[in-house]
Design a protein around this ligand. Structure first.
Ligand SMILES: *[C@@H]1O[C@H](CO)[C@@H](O)[C@H](O)[C@H]1NC(C)=O
Ligand SMILES: *[C@@H]1O[C@H](CO)[C@@H](O)[C@H](O)[C@H]1NC(C)=O
Ligand SMILES: *[C@@H]1O[C@H](CO)[C@@H](O)[C@H](O)[C@H]1NC(C)=O
Length: 370
C-alpha cells in the first residue's frame, strides 16, 4: 500500500513534469543538424499476426527479407501476393507461443534478434536473445544451437552479429549479464555495463571475449575490408570501433556519438554504415540515466518495461536513421520526426536503392525509396 502510494506520487510527478513541459527541451529531443524529415514517405508492410520484426536479412538468391518476431518465429516475405510465410523457429517447445507479444514467454518461445545469411552456404545465422547463437539451413524449420555459453556462463541476452566468411568467424554481442531482453529499459536506466563483444570461430568453436564492460552492447557490423568491427553501445549513444587488423589491432575507440540510442548497424555496398536509432535521447532520459538517485528510485518501483520505456522517451514515437562513413562521419540523417508513418526502428538494410527498416516494437517493416 505504502509502496503503491510512493509509486503513484513519483510517477504522477514525472508524468506531470512531462505534460507541463511537453513543449520544452526537457522532454523533446534537440533537432539533429542536417536531418531530412523524409521517412514519412516510406510504405509499410504489416507483419500480420506478429509484432517486433527487429532484424532483416535477404538470402543469397535475393529473396526475403526474413525477420524474427516477438513470438519467436522467423518469417519470410514473399512479396505482396504471397505475403509472409513461417520460415524457422529457435525453440522446439512452442505449444504456449500463441500470442504475438508475450514477453514472459520469450525464454520459452525464443526471441530472434540479429539475422545474417552465410552467402556461400545459404544458412541463416540467428542470435536469439534467450537461446544464444543458432543456425538453420536454406529450407528453414527448427534451428540448431551453436553456442549457449561463454566462459562457462550462459549467454544472457544475445543480440546482434556479423559473419566474416573468409576468416570463418562470427562477431556477436551479449547485451548484459544482468538483464534479459524483456527488461531492456531497466538495463538502460541502471546504466548496466556488463555487455560484451564476442568472437566465435566456426571451425575451432573457440570463443573469445573481445570487449567487455559495454553499456548495452547492441548492433554489430564488420567493415568492408574486415579490418574492424563496429559495436553499438545503446545506453551511451555511441558506436565503438574494435580493430581486428593493422597497427591498432586489439584496440577500441569511439567511432561515432549519436543523438539517440543505436540499435542494429548494417553496412551498405559502398562500405558505409546505416545505424537504426531506436529513439533520440531527451534531456529527461539523460538525467534519469546519469542521476543515480532518480534512476535507482525508478527501478525500485513496480513499473514494467513498457512504463520505463515510456519515461525514457516512448511518449514521443519517431524514427531516425543515420548513415555513417568509414571513419564515423555523419553522411545522412533521415527522420520521421513525428512518427506519422515509421516509429522506433531497429535496423536499416540498404538494398537496390531502397531502405528496408525493422522495428523491435511495431507490427510492420517500412520501405523507403532512396
Ligand atoms: C512528410 O512530412 C512533411 C513535413 O511534415 C510533409 O511536408 C510531407 O508532405 C509529408 N510527406 C508525406 C508523404 O506524408
Ligand atoms: C515447455 O514450456 C513450458 C512453458 O510453456 C514449460 O513449463 C516446460 O517445462 C517446457 N518444456 C521443456 C521440455 O522445456
Ligand atoms: C579459427 O580456428 C582455426 C582452427 O583452430 C584457426 O586455424 C584459425 O586461425 C582461427 N581463425 C581466427 C580468425 O581466429
Amino acid at each position: 500500500m505504502k509502496l503503491n502510494l510512493v509509486t503513484f506520487a513519483i510517477v504522477f510527478a514525472i508524468v506531470s513534469l512531462i505534460l507541463a513541459y511537453s513543449a520544452t527541451r526537457l522532454v523533446l529531443p534537440d533537432p539533429v543538424p542536417g536531418s531530412e524529415n523524409l521517412l514519412n514517405a516510406s510504405h509499410i508492410i504489416l507483419t500480420v499476426g506478429a509484432v517486433g520484426p527487429e532484424s532483416l536479412a535477404f538470402d543469397p538468391k535475393g529473396e526475403g527479407p526474413y525477420t524474427g518476431v516477438a513470438d519467436g518465429r522467423i518469417l519470410k516475405w514473399q512479396g505482396l501476393v504471397n505475403g509472409w510465410i513461417d520460415f524457422a523457429v529457435t525453440s522446439s517447445n512452442r505449444s504456449a507461443c500463441l500470442r504475438p507479444f508475450a514477453p514472459e514467454l520469450e525464454h520459452v518461445c525464443g526471441r530472434p534478434l540479429g539475422l545474417r545469411f552465410d552467402q556461400k552456404s545459404g544458412d541463416l545465422y540467428i542470435s536469439d536473445a534467450y537461446l544464444g547463437l543458432q543456425v538453420v539451413g536454406p529450407s528453414g524449420g527448427l534451428a540448431t544451437q551453436l553456442l549457449t555459453e561463454v566462459e562457462g556462463e550462459p549467454l544472457h541476452f544475445t543480440n546482434d552479429m556479423d559473419i566474416d566468411e573468409e576468416e570463418d568467424v562470427i562477431y556477436f554481442t551479449d547485451t548484459s549479464r544482468n538483464f534479459r531482453r524483456r527488461q531492456f529499459a531497466s538495463a538502460v536506466i541502471s546504466e548496466d555495463r556488463t555487455g560484451r563483444l564476442i568472437k566465435y570461430n566456426r571451425s575451432s568453436k573457440e570463443v573469445t571475449v573481445l570487449l567487455q564492460g559495454l553499456a548495452f552492447a547492441n548492433g554489430v557490423a564488420l567493415s568492408k575490408d574486415r579490418s574492424f568491427v563496429l559495436v553499438a553501445e545503446c545506453t551511451s549513444c555511441k558506436i565503438i570501433r574494435f580493430w581486428l587488423k593493422g597497427p591498432k589491432a586489439g584496440l577500441s575507440e569511439t567511432f561515432a556519438e549519436l543523438p539517440g540510442y543505436p540499435d542494429n548497424i548494417r553496412r551498405n555496398p559502398d562500405g558505409e554504415f546505416w545505424v537504426a536509432v531506436h529513439s533520440k535521447r531527451t534531456t529527461l532520459a539523460k538525467w534519469l540515466i546519469s542521476s543515480s538517485w532518480a534512476g535507482k528510485t525508478l527501478l525500485k518501483l513496480p513499473l514494467n518495461n513498457k512504463q520505463l520505456h515510456y519515461l525514457l522517451g516512448g511518449y514521443h514515437p519517431h524514427a531516425i536513421a543515420i548513415k555513417l562513413g568509414e571513419n564515423g562521419e555523419v553522411l545522412k540523417v533521415l527522420e520521421d520526426l513525428d512518427g506519422n508513418i515509421v516509429k522506433f526502428i531497429s535496423e536499416v538494410e540498404e538494398r537496390n536503392g531502397k531502405l528496408w527498416m525493422g522495428s523491435v516494437l511495431m507490427p510492420y517493416i517500412a520501405v523507403y525509396d532512396l
